[in-house]
Structures are given as structure tokens and as C-alpha cells.
Design a protein around this ligand. Structure first.
Ligand code: CP
Length: 319
């Protein structure tokens, strides 16, 4: 396959990607799934390349799927974490990255608590940077894998001019103010032509969010009745500086999706997404988290193929 070129050298955020970039990534991810995962073939696209996973915040899904994506395409992977590296001795992030770059690497996947940390490094270093989550700012590969999960369901190959997202309503539910997934998902869904709503307590919805072309509802039952997909977000307690809901139990009573509430869903095949990790009994009850409508494990599987696509496209080898 001849890889389409992206309009960017780094994957810093969804904001920086054009609609064509996004559709190309989804198309290449589909190819990755068919050519490598479903056939069991091992790729050699990234043979000779070295990818660094630099994670200064915890991760299960993103870090391990970047690792698998790189190795399934033949790359070598170096894993560096905040606690186990000289960052914990006071070395600056820039010095750490320049030190790693001196070992001859090609791309750096960075998760960092500071917003725009990858943008700062991309301006000062030679490697390709991929943002694996920067504070509450962006999580672009999560948005791409979420979009790919919906694209698999909604894209109609007989109507290739359309993305499949036109006429669909996606509601993002929960802590919109503190989650980076919300920001990246709003941008990608709008670029793909979906109608986007957010739902949650007023204290967790940023003022002025309508300026992004997003509708707001404070009623989860209305969201369930009117949506084609729900993206459920975890309460980001680690980023909340004050109590923004009376209690998790109260939040769950008002905004949690339960199997009782799901009974009101329309007959269009409601999809329930969650980027993980799930706090069972808070944003989703266990019956819903493990139900047929829930695609959280498909999202995890799609994370590998989407990350294979972006690594291959940014490093521009032939596949
Ligand atoms: N969705 C997500 O970013 O999960 P991890 O924190 O486990 O990587």
C-alpha cells in the first residue's frame, strides 16, 4: 500500500489534522487490521526504526498499544517512565529528550501532565512526536481510535464521498472540563460531520463550549433517547482541585448509565463507548459495561491498528 501523506510532521492534536488527514488515518488503520492483525502477518514497515515510549503519567492502554503497534511493524521500542528515569532526579524534560535522541531514535511518544509538553519539544528537537495525552488538553490517538470504532459501524463503502458520520449524534457524558478525551473527540467528530452533544453536571461543562459547535444537555435520559453513540468519561478526580459534585454516589444517580436507563434507547443501535479505565458503578453499571452495546474492548483492539497507522504514516515507510 502507498501511504497517503499527512499534512503534519508530528501528531500533536486533532486540532492540527485536516479532515483528509483523519480519513486517511482511518483508511490506513483498516488496512492494518486486514493486512496484519486478521492475517497474523508480521510487518516490516518500521524495521530499523526506534520508537521511544516516554510516559510521565500512568497508562495501561495507550502505552502498551503503542508498544505492540511499533513491534508489530518491526520497530525497536524503548520504554522510559518518569519514576524510573533521571527525571525523578531533577533532569529537565528537554534534557531527558535530548539525551534519548543522542541514542539515535526516530519517534517519541509522550504522555505528560503538562498541556502542550509535546508541542514544546517538537519545536526544539529532531524526532517525530506523538502526543499520548498532555494534561487536560488533547489525546489524539484516543480520538482517532474512537472515531475508527464508529467508522467501522457507520462507513458505507457504496457512498465513499461521505464519512458515515453525517446525521449521527454522539453525546459525550461526564467530566468534560477535566478530560482531554472530550476535547479531542469534539474536534474529530465535528470534522467528520457528526452532531456532537455534551452531557453532565453544569460544574463539569466548560462555559462557552457551544462555541465549538457543540450542544449541551444536563439530562442523561434525553441523551440516551436521542443519541447514536454515547462516549462515557470517568470523573477525573486527580485533576479536580475542588469538589465539583456532591458525591460520586449522587453523580452516579444523576448521570450514570445503567441497564434500567438503557431500556429507553432508540432503535438505531446505540453504541456505548468508554476510553477506559472504567469506574464501575459510577459512570456505568457493570451490566452496561459488559453489555452488547458496550464496545470498550473493541476500542482497545482498535487502538493498536490506529497507532500502527499513525506510526507508519508519520515515519513514511512503504507498506
Ligand atoms: N484511554 C487511556 O488513555 O487509557 P490509559 O490511561 O490506560 O492509557
Amino acid at each position: 500500500m502507498n501511504l497517503p501523506k499527512l499534512s503534519v510532521r508530528h501528531l500533536l492534536g486533532i486540532r492540527e489534522l485536516s479532515r483528509d488527514d483523519i480519513l486517511s488515518i482511518l483508511h490506513v488503520a483498516k488496512h492494518m487490521r486486514e493486512s496484519y492483525l486478521e492475517s497474523g502477518n508480521k510487518g516490516e514497515t518500521l524495521q530499523g526504526k526506534t520508537i521511544v515510549n516516554l510516559f510521565v503519567e500512568d497508562s495501561t492502554r495507550t502505552r502498551n498499544s503503542f508498544h505492540l503497534a511499533a513491534t508489530r511493524l518491526g520497530a525497536s521500542v524503548l520504554n522510559v517512565t518518569g519514576e524510573g528515569s533521571s527525571l525523578s532526579k531533577g533532569e529537565t524534560l528537554l534534557d531527558t529528550v535530548r539525551t534519548i535522541e543522542a541514542m539515535d531514535v526516530d519517534a517519541i511518544v509522550l504522555r505528560h501532565p503538562a498541556a502542550c509538553a509535546p508541542h514544546f519539544l517538537a519545536d526544539r528537537c529532531a524526532s517525530a512526536f506523538l502526543n499520548a495525552g498532555d494534561g487536560r488538553h488533547e489525546h489524539p490517538t484516543q480520538a482517532l481510535l474512537d472515531a475508527f470504532t464508529l467508522y467501522e459501524r457507520w462507513y458505507d463503502a457504496t457512498d465513499p464521498e461521505k464519512s458515515g458520520f453525517e446525521g449521527k449524534r454522539v453525546t459525550i457524558v461526564g467530566d468534560i472540563a477535566h478530560g482531554r478525551v472530550a476535547g479531542s473527540n469534539i474536534h474529530i467528530l465535528r470534522k467528520l460531520g457528526a452532531e456532537v452533544m455534551v452531557c453532565g453536571p453544569p460544574t463539569l461543562i466548560p462555559r462557552g463550549i457551544e462555541e465549538l459547535g457543540v450542544g449541551v444537555t444536563y439530562n442523561i435520559d434525553e441523551a440516551i433517547r436521542s443519541s447514536d453513540a454515547l462516549t462515557m468519561l470517568r470523573m477525573q478526580l486527580e485533576r479536580q482541585k475542588q469538589a465539583l459534585v456532591p458525591s460520586l454516589a449522587e453523580y452516579s444517580r444523576l448521570y450514570g448509565v445503567t441497564h434500567h436507563r438503557l431500556a429507553q434507547a432508540n432503535d438505531r443501535g446505540l453504541i456505548i463507548m468508554h476510553p477506559g479505565p472504567v469506574n464501575r458503578g459510577v459512570e456505568l453499571d457493570s451490566e452496561t459495561a459488559d453489555s452488547e452495546e458496550s464496545v470498550k474492548l473493541r476500542q482497545v483492539a482498535n487502538g493498536v491498528v490506529v497507532r500502527m497507522a499513525v506510526l507508519a504514516m508519520l515515519l513514511q515507510s512503504d507498506i
